[in-house]
Ligand binder design. Structure first.
Ligand code: SF4
Length: 285
């Protein structure tokens, strides 16, 4: 039984990734690391979701953990996928520290209200709105919501004090540099609570690629120490200057800078520029 649910959970340090589908995503993003991003979701059944929640509740450090929904599928794709997410949050919000939802969909306002009601504390649920492409999104992310719809989430989330919005710019791509003025305008207009700028995804191996490479000792340097990172840092500096906002390179760094979660990635060991905006003292990293 445990073997069955462990396919849908990845535990790294104080972060737990949970999937609600065994196959498919539905957004069909061409750069995606999942096996079948274009296929419709095969959602898990409720009893599997409940077993996952029990497993996480019983982890010895569950109170210190972030749960991230979902690494391999779109959590807000349908009413049914949203129901499963809500079920997880109902069971775990009083147990875990933070809950992250990453999406390219427009979240219904009534659903935001339900999420807000389920939070155990202010800012517990953090919603990352992914916009790595703008004009090209319809070709590169063909079945995700239009960018204009995704951006409405930033306006709606502001109505709920327990929810935090994050503009999620990952994977980094050269088109972002071309569109840098547009991104600055979007941040100034929609004022997301946080900005997270991610690295490029690592190449697929055997047709499979994980978004969790930053927890892999062997893969981590190949991403965080590659020469192309200079372009990402330049893009980050441009956004800082135009928006006067802080930028981080992992969503757990955003969290570390608004809570006592602490530093788990130690990105300054790869390059100090990753941690330029971090308020964690050097001897506490
Ligand atoms: S020190 Fe760097 S890696 Fe650690 S939380 Fe701060 S920004 Fe993130």
């Amino acid at each position: 039984m445990i073997d069955n649910i462990l396919q849908f959970i990845q535990v790294y340090d104080k972060r737990i990734f949970i999937d609600v589908a065994s196959n498919g995503c539905g957004n069909g993003c061409v750069y995606c690391f999942t096996k079948n991003p274009e296929k419709p979701q095969t959602l898990l059944n409720i009893s599997t979701i409940d077993e996952i929640c029990i497993y996480i509740s019983n982890l010895p450090n569950s109170k210190e953990c972030i749960i991230s929904l979902c690494p391999n599928t779109e959590p807000m794709k349908s009413e049914k996928s949203r129901e499963l997410i809500l079920r997880i949050i109902k069971r775990l919000s009083k147990i875990v520290k933070f809950i992250q939802i990453a999406t390219k969909e427009l979240i219904p306002e009534s659903y935001l209200q339900e999420l807000n009601n389920l939070c155990a504390r202010e800012g517990q649920i953090r919603i990352s709105i992914s916009v790595p492409y703008l004009d090209l999104a319809e070709k590169i992310e063909p079945h995700a919501a239009r960018v204009s719809e995704r951006l409405i989430n930033f306006i709606n989330i502001k109505n709920y004090s327990n929810l935090v919005s994050v503009i999620y710019l990952r994977p980094f791509n050269k088109q972002m540099i071309i569109d840098k003025f547009l991104y600055a305008d979007i941040i100034n207009k929609y004022q997301p609570d946080n900005i997270c700028l991610g690295a490029e995804y690592v190449p697929k191996v055997d047709g499979y690629q994980q978004c969790t490479y930053m927890y892999n000792t062997f893969l981590k340097p190949s991403i965080f120490e590659r020469p192309e990172m200079d372009e990402i840092f330049a893009f980050a500096d441009f956004l800082r200057q135009r928006t006067n906002c802080k930028l981080f390179f992992s969503s757990v760094c955003n969290i570390a800078n608004c809570s006592d979660y602490g530093c788990v990635l130690n990105l300054d060991k790869h390059d100090i520029r990753y941690c330029q905006d971090c308020t964690i003292l050097l001897d506490e990293r």
